[in-house]
Design a protein around this ligand. Structure first.
Ligand code: TXA
Ligand code: MG
Length: 336
């Protein structure tokens, strides 16, 4: 394994590696992806092997331009064109009918394929240099926290990939929103970096949106039958993680040496006023800004997981903007 920077020559090398059947980890605006040529079943098989990912969990195919999307999927259905025009490039993955050329291993044998045009210039350059479409799940061992730094990838998958391109921290910090465009109305399969409100502003009401407020609503979203990969336990640190509702830090019952992961100014104030039952408090945003909180979420969990704590207690987010995406990750990371 070799770590590359982001000079044009290095991005070209990364793209050529993918074209030759290699495995390349690279940054996107959401999380680091582990990419291989989507039309090469043997290269894609190496992704599943490196991640120890079950073969029933289909991959997202990434393209570097909207024009390339038609090589992978049928994009002419109602709504898809409007979303692609308004919200791509960006953290929105569309599930569409697949083209026959996409191998079954990419889609776990489904008739649909998940398609995304990332906003990160490094990702787009690598995909363009590869000359193909790139299948890329998050670059983490299956079930573990997603990587938002190159060093997370190196620690988790180091020996198993050919190249890691280090493009610094991922700006969005949670994976893309996955939207099933093959049903009417379209349905959210995974809340993510594209807020539901932004999608509904383009195509009107969609299904599967979380009722506002309650973190417990993340539970209702767990594992829709249409998306085999959305397992209830996922994104999980090794340290047991427990949740408390927004603002209700008094409800947390830490035992042993515990760390708190704090989202709201109210909980920050309560802790500073001497709640004192935590060995460490980590603030995701001093002001309750959900974009800032999402951007730092996985890095904070990686950090706390390496901190030797007995427990992590995490505060859930309100149900607007990136709140549902944060709550989905926290809920799946938690012990219930
Ligand atoms: O932000 C992201 O989406 C990142 C970056 C690297 O692009 N990728 C990512 O991939 O999160 P992954 O493999 O970790 O998650 C893909 C999700 C899984 O939950 C999978 O079940 C779902 O998309 N998915 C993929 N293909 C699908 C399909 N044809 N139908 C329904 N769900 C699908
Ligand atoms: Mg993943």
């Amino acid at each position: 394994m070799e770590i590359l920077g982001t000079s044009d020559a290095e991005l070209r090398r990364a793209g050529e590696c993918i074209a030759r059947g290699g495995l390349v980890a690279f940054p996107t605006e959401t999380v680091y992806g582990l990419g291989a040529d989507a039309f090469d079943p043997r290269a894609v098989a190496r992704i599943f092997e490196a991640k120890a990912r079950p073969s029933f969990d289909p991959l997202i195919v990434h393209v570097s331009s909207a024009g390339d999307a038609d090589r992978v999927a049928y994009t002419s259905g109602p709504g898809a064109g409007a979303l692609m025009a308004s919200l791509w490039p960006g953290p929105l993955t569309l599930v569409l009918p697949k083209r026959a050329a996409v191998p079954d291993i990419v889609t776990s044998g489904l008739g649909t394929v998940a398609l995304r045009l990332p906003a990160h210039s490094v990702a787009r350059a690598i995909i363009a240099y590869s000359g193909t479409a790139v299948a890329a799940p998050s670059a983490n061992p299956f079930g573990y926290l997603s990587p938002t730094l190159a060093e997370h990838v190196a620690r988790g998958l180091g020996g198993k990939v050919d190249l890691i391109v280090d493009g610094g921290p991922c700006a969005v910090g949670v994976e893309s929103t996955v939207l099933d465009m093959t049903v009417d109305p379209p349905r959210v399969l995974r809340p993510g970096g594209m807020p539901i409100e932004a999608i509904e502003a383009v195509i009107g009401p969609i299904a599967g949106r979380e009722p506002s407020g309650a973190a417990s609503a993340a539970r209702d979203l767990a594992m829709p039958a249409a998306s085999p990969g959305l397992l209830e336990s996922h994104y999980a640190p090794r340290t047991p993680l427990f949740l408390f509702e927004a603002g209700a830090i008094a409800d947390a019952r830490p035992t042993g040496r515990a760390a708190a992961l704090i989202l709201s100014p109210a909980s920050k104030a309560a802790l500073e006023a001497g709640a004192g039952r935590f060995a460490l408090a980590r603030y995701l945003s001093a002001t309750g800004d959900l974009v800032e909180a999402a951007a730092g979420l996985f890095a904070a969990l990686h950090e706390l997981d390496a901190g030797g704590f007995d427990e992590i207690w995490a505060e859930t987010a309100p149900g607007r903007g990136l709140g549902p995406a944060i709550n989905d990750r926290l809920f799946r990371a938690s012990r219930r």
